[in-house]
Design a protein around this ligand. Structure first.
Ligand code: ATP
Ligand code: AMO
Length: 433
């Protein structure tokens, strides 16, 4: 809109046109107020019934909540107004009336179930504390991109329609691709590896991944956003350094630039991550879990960390931490094993006390070992020929990792349900909107 002023920029003495949603109408008899809300905040519009044009008063006070209006008038100082200023309207136009029966109360006075909120996400996002989550999410992505730039990474985009899975065959969504079987990609894994074998050397991707997860849980999505990193000529320790660096950069940026949003979410004492993340070997991790006495069944070497074990360890450590040197058999084929102990891998996970955030590792870059690894995991190397053949033409040693963005947002902000960190979540029950 031409010459539109944001409410936050309306200064006393200005003649402005503001536009936004009708947040509330307060009728006190001779005087009434329309509170107009836009992306920058709210402003009070004053109607003195006896002194103003009758049609204007009727339109302004007859409009239903959440309708979109534009108001033109003079801005004046008014200490009793919520923001210290108000507008005396000269004209008001209803740009889009809202049905008076709202499925959800954007003022937040009436609580709504998560399913009602997700069914009406546009209205839900009109709540400033919900909007704050997505502003913080955007800040995280901005900070991560900037960090990657500082460490000389090139942003890439890889296909989402693929011929094979990478992260275990059971979690694939099959689709039909011109009569041929295809899948929605679970991870950019193989493509990012193929890129570090090119002159790009060091790459990252921020994009969607698709997994037909068996369970409906508060921390799994069927479509999630992953931040993937991969670099040639580094080992898994250096990959962990970059991983720690990106997460710290994200927390730092949110602490510096999202004070208002954090405050809306109840964080007046949000702290950046200053301490180094402890790095435990898998063996140390299971011993520590067993020593907590918080798990029903003692873990033995070879067990994955159960949800219960992750919780016990998280509470014990009380900060982000890495678990390194996992048993080879519970890590994927592309993770390298220790040469002196093939049962032990160079894979790692980054954990938040509440849940896993990242998986990564040193990759197997030696052709013969890679092909043997496929066979050990019961996969047909022929099917992956498009990937393995490039390992015959000079694939450097490399390492990398991937985060789930929603889990970072969820753990950073203490959200109970991962769906709160996605605009339009996909889960077993939800395919629209
Ligand atoms: P991912 O590897 O997919 O990131 P994860 O490693 O955090 O997930 P695990 O802790 O390994 O998940 O959980 C093992 C299995 O148990 C997974 O298949 C998961 O879907 C399932 N699961 C986890 N939490 C729950 C829960 N609260 N209710 C039901 N199933 C669950
Ligand atoms: P992994 O399968 O562990 O590793 O996934 C990496 C991270 O992505 C997040 N994540 C999910 N978040 C929400 N819903 C899901 N269904 C979901 N699945 C995964 C988690 C997890 O830690 N290719 C490897 C990474 C690598 O080695 O570079 C991979 O995909 O936070």
């Amino acid at each position: 809109m031409q010459n539109r002023t944001y409410t936050a920029e309306a200064e006393p003495g200005d003649e402005v046109t503001v536009a936004g949603w009708v947040h509330e109408i307060r009728d006190l008899g001779g005087i009434a107020f329309l509170i107009l809300r836009d992306a920058t905040g709210k402003i009070q519009v004053k109607f003195e019934k006896d002194e103003m044009d009758e049609d204007l008063v009727e339109t302004g006070l007859g409009v239903s909540r959440e309708s979109v209006v534009s108001v033109s008038g003079a801005v004046e100082e008014e200490p009793r107004a919520p923001t210290g200023v108000e507008i005396t309207p000269e004209s008001l136009e209803v740009l889009a009336p809202a049905d008076p029966e709202l499925p959800l109360d954007p003022s937040g006075k009436v609580d709504a179930e998560i399913s009602t909120r997700l069914d009406n996400r546009t209205l839900d996002l009109r709540k400033e504390e919900v909007q704050a989550i997505f502003e913080i999410r955007a800040e995280i992505l901005r900070a991560v991109r900037e960090y990657f730039r500082e460490v000389d990474c090139t942003e890439i985009t890889t296909p989402k329609i693929v011929a094979t899975g990478t992260e275990g065959g059971t979690e694939l969504f099959p689709i039909t691709y011109f009569g041929q079987e295809a899948f929605m990609n679970q991870s950019p894994q193989l493509f990012k590896q193929l890129m570090v074998g090119s002159n790009l050397e060091r790459v990252f991707e921020i994009g969607p991944i698709f997994r037909a997860e068996e369970h409906n849980t508060p921390r799994h999505l069927n479509e999630a956003t992953m931040i993937d990193f991969e670099s040639a000529f580094i080992d898994h320790h250096e990959a962990m350094d970059v991983c720690e660096g990106t997460l710290k950069a994200a927390y730092q940026a949110v602490a510096e630039n999202c004070e208002a949003q954090l405050s809306l979410l109840g964080y007046d004492d949000f702290e950046p991550l200053d301490e180094s993340f402890p790095r435990l070997t898998y063996e140390e991790a299971i011993e520590r879990v067993n020593a907590t006495g918080e798990v029903d069944e003692q873990l033995v070497w070879g067990d994955d960390l159960s949800t219960e074990a992750e919780k016990a360890l998280g509470e014990d450590i009380g900060s982000h931490y890495f678990v390194t040197d996992w048993p080879s058999e519970i890590k994927p084929f592309y993770i390298q094993d220790h040469d002196d102990d093939p049962d032990l891998s160079k894979g790692f996970d980054l954990m938040h006390p509440r849940m896993e955030l990242v998986s990564g590792g040193q990759r197997e870059h030696r052709y013969e070992n890679l092909v043997a690894g496929f066979e050990q995991q019961g996969l047909d190397p022929e099917q992956f020929d498009y990937y393995t053949k490039m390992f015959r033409y000079g694939m450097p040693p490399h390492a990398g990792w991937a985060y789930g963005v929603e889990r970072v947002v969820m753990t950073m902000l203490g959200l109970e349900n991962i769906r709160e960190a996605v605009l339009f979540p996909r889960d077993r029950q939800r395919l629209s909107p």
